[in-house]
Design a binder for this molecule. Sequence first.
Ligand SMILES: [Zn+2]
Length: 358
Amino acid sequence: MAVKTLLNKKRLWLPAIFILFGWALYQWAWPFWLNQLTEREAERIRVITPTFVAEPTLNRLNPDRLLADLSWLAAAERQGRAPGTPGGIAARLWIAEQFAEIGLTAAGTDGYLHPYSVAEHFSWRRWLRGASSTIPGVDNAANVIGLLPGTEANLKPLVITAHYDHLGMHGDDIYFGADDNASGVAAMLELARYLTAHPLRHPVLFIALDSEEKGLQGAVALFRTGLLQPADLAFNINIDMLSRDTHQLLYAVGTYHHPWLLPLVEQLQTRSAVKLLPAHDRPWYLAGNTADWTLSSDHGVFHQQQVPFMYFGVADHPDYHSPRDTADKVDLAFYHQVVETVLHFLLILDQQLAVQIE
Ligand SMILES: [Zn+2]
């Protein structure tokens, strides 16, 4: 009996010691290591952030059309645009219609559409995190792809991506996904309208991606199906969540991986009415608790395929991935200037990349 009690106690003590040790390690690491990394990252961001002088607002794009397109995508009828659902399919066909009206060339495998399906599959990363070990499959998903030719024949295309899917319905709740990411798709349409009238030197591929919310599967499908070859692409600009921020900040993510982009962000800041922060792209062992967004949206897939990228987006807000992410929360003056900023980045990048090739 006495031996048995001792064994039981041992079973309790081992995990207790383990937990205590882990807690002590964290207590030690936070002030001396983790916190220093976080502070160093904050200081690094402060130093490299271009000085913000409020610029007069730009007016090349139409804010009313931006809001109208966003509102159409985020309407209750679209039921949160989950891949393969009636609302998701309606959104996809509508985007293809807009591409046709704008005059983009169909560049999918079925007109503008690039249909794909993904079977449910095992994920080591998910398994290690202890949640469900499989990534859900999708039936009847499709990306929407339009091409705008450039003025110079020898240049590879810039790829603008924005995912149009969102979380759909959960019970009676509609996850409208106004900021995430009706805002990016509406921005893409307005950029396409402007660039059709004012073509760049590079061709531009406009890609509205499906099933981003299910593990970036739409972007993965572009390469898995062989539709895109990484070596044939010049650059990826991903836009995901552009329309609201309490602090009126826009993150420019990617300068850590591609330091040559930093002078471009500085140049961009001199013509932008929103404050830009080049951040959220360094791994945890360099940045501490400052989140790394390198793989957190579709640009991550382009990055893994060695295509240089820049991601523009706002910080997560309390309505992120909730039924409260609705069109009436959009800050139109901010959103408009964010899209103008993305447009200006495209103009700068177009010149810069063409010069690098010359
Ligand atoms: Zn998103």
